[in-house]
Design a protein around this ligand. Structure first.
Ligand code: C2E
Ligand code: CA
Ligand code: CA
Length: 430
């Protein structure tokens, strides 16, 4: 019954062995089920061939088997997956998990060396069966470890993830988003909403930010907080951003063609774009296609992006400035902002994060901080915008200290294109 190609035992052979091990387990002991795979295994197979791929899997399993005392060897489940179990005599979960992590990183290093491939990386999900969980169906336990492995892949950061009960529903909804977004884009289910930016003191609309909304075929609206963070873990976010950019360019082009008034519109840039900066050529092509004058276009980078990838961000800003567009720093003050960064990065607009206006009544400390950031922005010859303005008092205060622009529910929520057209007709949001 063993796997013909790798010589590993099969899942069917493994399950009864595991069942027996669980029922024989002493009170204070525990068993960890480790469900593991090689990241980008398909790439390895395509590059080196299936025989070598199978050798890699067989070796991975062999290493697991030799990696600890009382070890129940690995079974190959499907293509690139291997499940195995390990015993811990005294059942301290944390120590045990650290041990498993260490074994996995050791196995990873050996495989890289033996197969001369630095790209080999493993992911694993772990499920513990202790005395309390002894009655669990082992197949359920294995599939829980598998869920943890999938979560590990979705998160893309930690190579070993421990199962917890909320994972099942979380993964379901994440996978649903990941697997349906491309179709949603093709079906034009995404829509750009516009939130006006207001000139302090006059109430005039002097710009807008485009914010994505996902309108499902049944009419329910999905807000970006529910899907952007999930898509941002991979390159899938790029198509969402590009979709919105196209909407904005086409909206502006349409108004220019009809001789209607236009204001600059800013678009959000996800951190994924900083990996290859293909966005520069993409936006250049959009400019060629739509011929929208660059002064109507602005791009928002987040503060954390600027700290993490300063060099790429510099390249981005230089290219966008050369095209004649403005770049703003979004959510300023929400992360570990370094003031030094401001002296290095030639940003045009600072958008103060709405966390500064969290309480509707502004406290003295908040007032001091906002005032100083606004003054500093002025001295650095940048413009300042405060996000999340919800009350008349806040708006008066901001106008008083010389904050250039404001954005928030006090003036308008993000609205659909039809409502935004109406706002542009009146020119004011209140
Ligand atoms: P953000 O860029 O900070 O956008 C501003 C968010 O604050 C928007 O939420 C907006 O509706 C909300 N907001 C504006 N004024 C107020 C206010 O007075 N009070 C409160 N409580 N909230 C206010 P939204 O539209 O849900 O967007 C959430 C985040 O999703 C955005 O935060 C942005 O980071 C991201 N996002 C939205 N559209 C896109 C997109 O096309 N691409 C990418 N990469 N990210 C996007
Ligand atoms: Ca933004
Ligand atoms: Ca923001």
């Amino acid at each position: 019954m063993s796997d013909q190609l790798t010589g590993l035992q099969s899942y069917e052979e493994f399950v009864p062995k595991l069942k027996k091990a669980v029922s024989d387990m002493p009170e204070e002991a525990s068993i960890a089920i480790v469900y593991s795979d090689i990241k980008h295994f398909k790439y390895f197979n395509d590059t080196y061939g299936y025989r070598r791929g199978n050798k890699l899997l067989a070796r991975m399993s062999e290493m697991f088997s030799s990696g600890g005392e009382g070890f129940l060897g690995g079974a190959r489940v499907v293509s690139d997956n291997i499940v195995c179990a390990r015993f811990c005599a005294d059942g301290d979960e944390k120590v045990f998990l650290d041990e498993i992590k260490a074994s996995i990183s050791y196995i990873e290093q050996i495989l890289r060396k033996e197969f001369s491939c630095e790209r080999i990386r493993m992911t694993a999900g772990v499920f513990f069966i202790d005395a309390k969980a002894k009655g669990i169906n082992v197949e359920t336990a294995i599939s829980n470890a598998n869920l943890a492995r999938k979560q590990s892949k979705l998160d893309g950061n930690d190579s070993v993830t421990l199962f917890h009960p909320e994972m099942a529903s979380k993964i379901d909804s994440e996978l649903e988003i990941i697997s349906t977004i491309d179709e949603a884009i093709n079906n034009h289910e995404l829509e750009a909403y516009y939130q006006p930016k207001i000139e302090s003191g006059t109430g005039r609309i002097i710009g807008a930010e485009a914010l994505v909304r996902w309108i499902k075929p049944n009419g329910t609206m999905v807000y970006p907080d529910q899907f952007i963070p999930i898509l941002e873990k991979s390159k899938q976010i790029i198509n969402v951003d590009y979709y919105i950019y196209n909407e904005v360019f086409s909206f502006l082009r349409g108004r220019l063609d009809k001789g209607e008034s236009v204001v600059p519109v800013s678009m959000n840039v996800s951190r994924q774009h900083m990996k290859d900066l293909e966005i520069i050529d993409y936006v250049r092509d959009l400019c060629d296609t739509y011929k929208v004058p660059p002064q109507y276009l602005e791009f928002e980078l987040t503060e954390t992006m600027c700290t993490e990838r300063t060099e790429r961000v510099m390249e981005f800003i230089t290219a966008f400035h050369e095209m004649g567009m403005k770049v703003s720093m979004d959510d300023f003050g929400s992360g570990y902002s370094s003031l030094k960064l401001l002296s290095q990065i030639p940003i045009d607009v600072i958008k103060l994060d709405r966390c500064f206006l969290r309480s509707r009544e502004l406290g003295d400390r908040e007032k001091i901080i906002i005032t100083n950031i606004v003054h500093m922005t002025k001295e650095l010859k940048m413009r300042s915008l405060c996000e999340g303005v919800e009350t008349s008092d806040q708006s008066t205060f901001l106008a008083g200290i010389g904050c250039d622009e404001q954005q928030g529910y006090y003036y308008s929520k993000p609205v659909n294109i039809a409502d935004f057209r109406q706002l542009l007709v009146s020119g004011c949001a209140r």
